[in-house]
Design a protein around this ligand. Structure first.
Ligand code: DGL
Length: 276
C-alpha cells in the first residue's frame, strides 16, 4: 500500500475529467490537482513551451511527494511525454494517449474513428499514428477543435448552454459528416461538453474520453503494483493559476461537489530564457 497522493495536471478545467473518474474508481486515494489556467490554452503553444510548462507543473506536484502523475492533457501527452519522462526518469507518468487508443481501437466496429483535439495534438499526428498501429484497417479522421477549450474555460458547458451547443455544432460539422462509429475526445476539456457533443453526433456514435480511459489504466497499474490505498490521507488539494472563485464554481458544477481551490502560479523557464 502506498499512501502518497496522485498528481494530476492540465491547462485548466480539462483534467477534472480524470479527477472525477479517479474519485469514482479509487475513492481511497488522495489527489493533488493543478489547473494552469493562466497559461491556457496549451493547444496553440510550441513543443518547447509545452515542455517548459509541463516541467514546472511536474516539479510543483513532486513537492507533494506524489506517487504518480496523470498528465490529464492530450496536448502535453502527444507532444512532450517522452521528453518529460527523460527529464524525470523516476516518475511514473500516465499520458492520455495509450490507454485511450487501445480502447478506441477495440471499441470501433467499422474502423471509422474520429479524433478531436487541440491544434497541437492534431499537428503531432500522435493519436492517428497510434490508432493505425493498433488497428491497421482503421480509417482515422482527425479534426482540431481548439475553440472548444475556450468555450469550456469560459464556463459554457453542462448540456443546455446555448453558446456551447452552437460552438459544438460549428466545430464538429465535418466530424458528423464523416460518419464515424467512434469519436475519441482527445482533449480533456471536451468531455465537459459530452452532452452537447452526444446530442449533436447522435446516439449511434460512441464517445470515448481519453481522461477516463487513462484514469482506469492508472488504477490498474497501482493495484497491480500493490500501490493502491483505501485509506485517504486527507482532503484532495486543488490548485489553479487562474481565479480561484471561478475555478471553484465551474469545478463544483462538473464534479458535483464543492471544492476549495488554492492559488499557485508557476514560473516556468521560457524556452529562450526568461519566463513564459
Ligand atoms: N486539456 C488540454 C488537452 O487535453 C489542453 C487544452 C488547451 O489548453 O488547449 O489538450
Amino acid at each position: 500500500m502506498d499512501r502518497r497522493p496522485i498528481g494530476i495536471f492540465d491547462s485548466g478545467l480539462g483534467g477534472l475529467t480524470a479527477a472525477r473518474t479517479l474519485e469514482q474508481i479509487l475513492p481511497g486515494e488522495t489527489m493533488v490537482y493543478f489547473g494552469d489556467s493562466i497559461n491556457a490554452p496549451y493547444g496553440t503553444r510550441s513543443r518547447a513551451e509545452l515542455l517548459s510548462l509541463a516541467t514546472a507543473n511536474t516539479e510543483f506536484l513532486l513537492g507533494f511527494g506524489v506517487k504518480a502523475i496523470l498528465i490529464a492533457c492530450g496536448t502535453v501527452s502527444s507532444n512532450v511525454l517522452d521528453a518529460l519522462a527523460q527529464r524525470f526518469p523516476d516518475v511514473p507518468f500516465f499520458g492520455v494517449l495509450d490507454a485511450a487508443c487501445r480502447s478506441a481501437a477495440a471499441a470501433s466496429r467499422t474502423g471509422r474513428i474520429a479524433v478531436t483535439a487541440t491544434e497541437a495534438t492534431i499537428r503531432s499526428g500522435a493519436f492517428g499514428a497510434r490508432l493505425r498501429a493498433l488497428r491497421p484497417d482503421a480509417d482515422v479522421f482527425s479534426k482540431p477543435c481548439q475553440s472548444l477549450v475556450e468555450t469550456v474555460e469560459q464556463g459554457h458547458f453542462g448540456g443546455d448552454d446555448p453558446v456551447a451547443t452552437a460552438a459544438v455544432a460549428q466545430e464538429l460539422a465535418p466530424v458528423r459528416a464523416y460518419r464515424p462509429d467512434t469519436l475519441l475526445l482527445a482533449c480533456t476539456h471536451f468531455p465537459l461538453l459530452e452532452r452537447e457533443i452526444a446530442d449533436y453526433m447522435g446516439a449511434e456514435v460512441q464517445l470515448l474520453s481519453v481522461a477516463e480511459e487513462t484514469a482506469k489504466a492508472l488504477r490498474d497499474y497501482l493495484c497491480a503494483e500493490g500501490r493502491c490505498t483505501d485509506a485517504q490521507q486527507g482532503a484532495h488539494r486543488w490548485f489553479t493559476s487562474g481565479g480561484t472563485e471561478e475555478f471553484a464554481r465551474y469545478a463544483a458544477l462538473f464534479l458535483g461537489h464543492e471544492i476549495v481551490p488554492e492559488y499557485h502560479r508557476n514560473r516556468p523557464n521560457g524556452p529562450e530564457g526568461g519566463t513564459i
